[in-house]
Structures are given as structure tokens and as C-alpha cells.
Unconditional design. Structure first.
Length: 322
């Protein structure tokens, strides 16, 4: 089978299209023929070595496809089932052996590209707004990179929960997408000081929560945008790692809260995975959460997908089609 493998960490040039044996479904696993693989920023961190992985490594943590075979001990699935998952490696490929307890069945109304686009970024938007900082009606929140994969979904979920949403993006075209997703106010943080804009849009009060996936370039100003006892949800570092932080800043900023959550702790057991995935997939099937698949590339162009993602040239979801 074809797969995108890295033998060392580095830039997109380390991503090789390799010919590998189709994996075996071991005990507790299902062999899935992949129809769509999701590209996520975490794949970039694994490629560069920011998040260490054992090499050689087939990139990709998310996908959808059809079960071909099940390994010993798998009773909940059978050949022909349509499934999707996130958090199991090896999905930039034609086949993957995935732990059966990480697979969810795809409802009929949802196609393979939609399912692959929903799992990692959809469940992230869900846990951030529902559990990490549970948005209450009447809250004001700030969401960075609002035209991105997680961003467009998080704006929609925040609006569903009754928040006033302030959003940042880098270009006019992205501003249009953030507005379409439901943002009340869009700030071009590439041109204007978002902290000042947030202060003026909130009459000096600040926001209840900031969802910050950008990291290095936004972190300190995000803290400064909070109301006393507000929460900074720092959930990514697209612009680089945050290094200049002293916990005393939380005190002087107004007894603030800081959390650094990860999806994998919010879907760690089967029950929480099923609950979260089914809620997200139901919202999509019912038209309450709208996916924006901004780009679909053939599997062999995975390196180009990474180049675009890192150059801020993508919007919504990026998919690879084997
Ligand atoms: P996005 O589609 O959001 O792409 C990243 C976006 O970040 C860009 O489009 C860009 O938007 C913005 N950005 C700002 N500065 C930079 C920079 N220097 N380089 C690149 N991008 C920059 O990606 P994803 O939706 O896949 O992921 C978004 C973030 O969420 C990532 O940081 C990811 O790690 C994190 N994440 C965290 C999870 C968790 O559980 N903790 C789970 C899923 C994702 P603009 O041009 O508008 O600035």
C-alpha cells in the first residue's frame, strides 16, 4: 500500500511516499481501507519533532473508511462497517490497523470526507466549549484563528451556546469565513492590535474566556484580554511554543485561570469518545454544525498540504484522499 512516512524529523521534504505492506489487524484492532485522511496541525508538530514520535513513522492521526477485517477479540465491528476515528497513528495511507475501541460508526447521512473532517477538529471544538471552559449564554469569548479547522467549528459551537463571539484572523478572505461561521466581531490581528480592539469592543471589561491555538505570538495579549477570573484556554501553538510565562501574571492579571488541554484526555475512555463523537456527528447530520472542507489533496501531495497549512494558506479542513 501507499503511505506517507518520515524517517527523520524536519520540513515537509522529509515526507516520502513509501510502498509498505498492508498492516495486519492484531487482537483488538480492525483493518480499515481509508477513504479520507484528516490533516491536522498536530501532524506538523510530529513531523518537526516538537511532539516526539518513534521513527520511522507513518503520519496522520485521523481518518474514515471501511472495515476490511477484524482482529481476534473484536465483536462490535464487522467487515463493511463505515467507521471514523482520531488519535490512532498511520492514517496518511491506504490502510490502517486501528484499535477497535477508537472507532465510531458513521451515521448514514454523513459521507467519508465529512466524517474524517469531523473527528479531531469537531470533537476539539466540542470539548473546549462544553467542558474546558463551559460557555454560558451571555458570555463573551475570543477565538483566535477563527477561519481554521478548529476555529470555524469552535465559533459555531460557541454561538450555539449563546456566546458573543469575537474572532481573530489574518486576512479579509478569512474574515468572511469567520463571519459566515457566526462570529459577531472579526479582528484582523495581522493589522491591528487585538488586545486594544477587544478592550474597545467590551467597553474595557474584557472577555470571559480566550481560546488560543496560536501560542507564541498571541499568548500574553490573550491573557490581557481577560476579565478578572477569566480563563485562558491555551490549546495549541501554530506560531511556536509559549516560553515567556510566569504564573504570577495570573495574579496580577486578575486571578486568572490558565489551562492547556488536549483532546486525547477528553476522549480517553470509550464512553466519553462515544458521547462526544455522536453529539458532533448528530449536529452535522442535522445541519446544526457546518463543516468547511477547504481543500482535498491526493495522498501523494501530503507535503504540499503541510506547506500550505504552515504558510497559513488553508481554511477549514484539509483532507488527503488515498
Ligand atoms: P488551523 O486550520 O487553525 O491552521 C492554523 C492557523 O493558525 C492558520 O491558518 C493561521 O490562521 C493561524 N496561525 C497564526 N499564526 C500562525 C503561524 N505563525 N503559522 C501557522 N499558522 C498560524 O489548524 P488546526 O485547526 O489543525 O489546528 C489549530 C490549532 O489547534 C493548532 O495549534 C493545533 O495544534 C490545535 N489543536 C489542539 C488540540 C487540542 O486538543 N489541544 C486539538 C486540535 C487542534 P490565520 O492566518 O487566520 O492567523
Amino acid at each position: 500500500m501507499k503511505a506517507i512516512r518520515i524517517e527523520k524529523n524536519g520540513g515537509p521534504e522529509v515526507m516520502n511516499l513509501a510502498e509498505l505492506p498492508v498492516p495486519e489487524a492484531a487482537a483488538g484492532q480492525a483493518l480499515v481501507r481509508i477513504e479520507a485522511a484528516g490533516v491536522n496541525f498536530i501532524d506538523v508538530y510530529q513531523r518537526t519533532g516538537l511532539y516526539p514520535v518513534q521513527l520511522p513513522y507513518v503520519l496522520g492521526l485521523e481518518g474514515s473508511g471501511t472495515v476490511e477485517k477484524t482482529g481476534p477479540g473484536v465483536e462490535t465491528l464487522q467487515a463493511g462497517d463505515r467507521v471514523a476515528w482520531s488519535g490512532a497513528p498511520g492514517t496518511y495511507a491506504e490502510y490502517a490497523a486501528v484499535p477497535a475501541d477508537r472507532l465510531v460508526k458513521i451515521p448514514e447521512k454523513i459521507d467519508f470526507p465529512e466524517a474524517a473532517a469531523a473527528m479531531l477538529q469537531g470533537m476539539t471544538a466540542h470539548y473546549l466549549a462544553v467542558d474546558t471552559y463551559p460557555i454560558r449564554s451571555g458570555d463573551t469569548v475570543l477565538i483566535h484563528a477563527a477561519a481554521g479547522g478548529v476555529g470555524q467549528l469552535l465559533v459555531q459551537v460557541a454561538r450555539r451556546r449563546g456566546a458573543r463571539v469575537l474572532a481573530t484572523v489574518s486576512t479579509e478572505a478569512k474574515a468572511e469565513l469567520a463571519r459566515k461561521a457566526g462570529a459577531d466581531e472579526v479582528i484582523l490581528y495581522s493589522r491591528e492590535d487585538f488586545e486594544q480592539r477587544v478592550k474597545s469592543l467590551t467597553g474595557g471589561a474584557g472577555v470571559d474566556a480566550v481560546y488560543d491555538s496560536v501560542g507564541q505570538t498571541t499568548f500574553l495579549k490573550s491573557l490581557a484580554c481577560l476579565k478578572p477570573r477569566g480563563m485562558l484556554v491555551s490549546f495549541g501553538q501554530s506560531s511556536g511554543k509559549v516560553t515567556n510565562f510566569d504564573p504570577a501574571m495570573l495574579g496580577s492579571g486578575g486571578s486568572l485561570y490558565l489551562t492547556r488541554p488536549s483532546l486525547f484526555h477528553y476522549i480517553a475512555d470509550r464512553q466519553s469518545l462515544e458521547r462526544r463523537a455522536s453529539e458532533v456527528l448528530d449536529w452535522i447530520a442535522g445541519g446544526e454544525l457546518v463543516l468547511h472542507i477547504g481543500q482535498r489533496l491526493p495522498l501523494r501531495d501530503a507535503a504540499e498540504a503541510h506547506r500550505r497549512l504552515e504558510a497559513r494558506k488553508t481554511t477549514g479542513k484539509v483532507l488527503l484522499i488515498p
